[in-house]
Ligand binder design. Structure first.
Ligand SMILES: [Zn+2]
Length: 138
């Protein structure tokens, strides 16, 4: 009955918080149908990949110079992602950019955690990659 790939959420609102349907937001990026147009779009697609547990995509969008062996922890299914707020983003050079965001999550029955990060991104051959992040003091 469904023509959608396994795991897809055809009419659901995208987990990245854009307010757009997943199929018109992060899904084409996750499926490799189109590259993320901006560093912010890549960052949003990585947040929704954490929500959906897309290990392969998280690795593919991580720059090879800093990419870990594994991205998702074994207990990633117990993490409930509560939302993403992009605070600001911009260019630092022709092919470098940053995105400052707050991601909220809860592990098991624990209290909500707030991750405030300024991520760095690099563009190579027209594709954006996550490099690393700074964690501003509160
Ligand atoms: Zn999205």
């Amino acid at each position: 009955m469904s023509r959608n790939p396994p795991g897809a959420m055809p009419r659901a609102i995208c987990p990245c918080g854009s307010g757009k349907p997943y199929a018109a937001c992060c899904e084409p990026i996750h499926l490799g149908l189109e590259p993320a147009a901006t560093a912010e779009a890549l960052m949003r697609s990585r947040y929704s990949a954490y929500v959906l547990g897309l290990e392969a995509y998280l690795r593919a969008s991580w720059h090879v110079s800093t990419r870990p062996e594994r991205v998702l922890h074994e207990d990633h299914a117990s993490v409930k992602w509560l939302g993403l707020d992009v605070l600001r983003s911009g260019a630092r050079g022709a092919d470098t950019a940053f995105v400052e965001f707050v991601a909220r999550s809860r592990v098991g029955g624990g209290r909500a955690e707030r991750q405030h990060e300024i991520s760095r991104f690099l563009r190579e051959d027209g594709r954006w990659y996550y490099v690393d992040g700074e964690f501003p003091k509160r």
